[in-house]
Design a protein around this ligand. Structure first.
Ligand code: GLP
Length: 248
């Protein structure tokens, strides 16, 4: 695991966008696995700037997203499809047909999950999977559980996650209770994982995911089994790891 310690969220976003931007230049037809949440916002902003000002070309890039809320239409402002359109896809030159986000309004959710597993088979390996981490250790919407789930699946969001994500909704009751998420096979099959974290509220999750036992109780801990992981985190997010005790 490569650990890049940065001073703050802005530096985290710059580092991440440099890595992703370099991949896009070297491999113009790369497959990117993308994440939502507040963590990658700065990264997406910087990639959009690189498209506008530095001719970063996304025309042959394909993307697949980790997850989507069940019950939100793609036009709902809090759907992850709308998030991606607003913060990235609508700001760069990626063809819409190259972007894949599960449909949270699919009549047959199990069928939608199967469709995404098949899609991943057909696309080939994701070159880089971007991940945030939930304060409870979740990645994508793989919530703490008794076992890891390998395929795309429907998941029930924990109270912690609903509470954390309620900041994006008018009322807590508006937060969907279920989501479609990529499973661990899809995440772990990526050639490279890039995990971003900033802020004190992620400190425990980062410490457990990077250095604790590998357990489905901390879903992000599975990254320790991946051969090519880069974690970009700020001092606050690393503050429970014990790495800087002497320096302090
Ligand atoms: C969300 C997403 C995750 C994200 C995590 C952290 O609910 N499903 O993909 O990494 O929770 O969110 P945030 O970046 O807003 O802290």
């Amino acid at each position: 695991m490569k650990l890049i310690c940065v001073s703050n969220e802005h530096e985290m976003s710059l580092e991440a966008s440099r890595l992703i931007g370099a991949l896009v230049r070297i491999t113009p037809d790369a497959i990117l696995g993308l994440a939502t949440g507040s963590t990658p916002l700065g990264t997406y902003g910087e990639l959009s700037r690189m498209f506008l000002e530095e001719n970063l070309d996304f025309s042959c890039i394909r993307t697949i997203n980790l997850d989507e809320y069940i019950g939100l239409d793609g036009s709902h402002p809090q759907s992850y499809r709308a998030f991606m359109a607003g913060y990235l896809f609508g700001r760069i030159n990626i063809p819409p047909a190259n972007t894949f986000v599960p449909d949270g309004m699919a009549e047959d959710i199990e069928g939608e999950c199967r469709k995404f597993d098949e899609l991943m088979e057909q696309m080939g390996r994701v070159d880089l999977q971007l991940l945030g981490i939930g304060a409870n250790g979740h990645i994508g919407f793989n919530e703490p559980a008794d076992c890891f789930t390998s395929n795309f699946h429907c998941t029930e969001l924990t109270e912690d996650t609903i509470e954390a994500n309620s900041r994006f909704f008018d009322r807590r009751e508006d937060v969907p209770t279920h989501a479609i998420t990529m499973g661990m096979r899809g995440i772990m099959n990526a050639r490279r994982l890039l995990i971003l974290a900033s802020g004190k509220k992620k400190a425990n999750a980062v410490a457990e995911a990077c250095f604790g036992p590998v357990t489905p109780r901390v879903p992000g801990s599975i990254i320790q089994l991946h051969p090519d992981v880069t974690v970009i985190a700020d001092w606050e997010a690393l503050s429970d790891t014990g790495l800087f005790e002497e320096a302090e």
